[in-house]
Design a protein around this ligand. Sequence first.
Ligand SMILES: [Zn+2]
Length: 286
Amino acid sequence: MTIPRTGRPAPEGAPTSLTRPLTGVLTALLAITALTAAAGCTAISHGDSGADDDVVQSPSAEGDEGPLSGQTIVIDPGHNGGNADAAGEINESVPAGPNKKACDTVGATSADGYPEHEFTWEFARDLRTALEADGATVILTRPDNEGVGPCINERAEIGNDADADAAISIHADGADSEGRGFHVIAPGEVEGYTEDIVEPSRRLAEDVRAEIRDGTDQPYADYIGEEGLDVRTDLGGLNLSAVPKIFLEVGNLGNAEDAELLQDQEWRQQTAEAVAAGKSRFLLGE
Ligand SMILES: [Zn+2]
């Protein structure tokens, strides 16, 4: 809202950088992520951290130490590696809110053959590592990149069943080659479905957007949304969520520059750390 349209990061320490109280640990984490470089699939078309080891003395995968101890975060890596060979299953209609949609889709692919499902899986693992290092309990919606689905309604259900404090669905776009950059998708109001999550999801979206902007070089998407933020009412994964949830399109696989970044392991880790910082900002900011 107050973010400059140009999307360039504010200088470190600028008054816009942090407006909510943060713990010392988180501040250190943010400072680290701010040093990193950085990171948008429309869901329709289908995109090792531990940076605070010095702060959190015993990084644990158990989720029992660190500023996010006690927080449960669901990460949904969009699509799945086996979807392309399971057209019958993934084309089946499932509940998506007021309407039905396909169970899942194959996802985007870059011109040089890098598939969105592989990106989302790799990125989700990096994000999990970063969040677990801060003590969060992390649940992924699929165990590997070899299976089919789960369907979009089931992906939402996993977050609901876990009573997650926040959920995020990871994607990379498959838009025209001219457009690049990231965008966050927040749920719009859908009567009878999203009223309870619109406001907290918006805050989550803005916090994640701010940390990607400040902690990476990835620009706001220049082909969709507004200043890196889009609001949609057609995504089953959002409409069916009972917990604060966003979609993140980390980049555009249809664009050569973005596609190269999305395939870079170090870039993915740095960007995942920025997303983790955004999650932390949301979870600790209240
Ligand atoms: Zn996608």
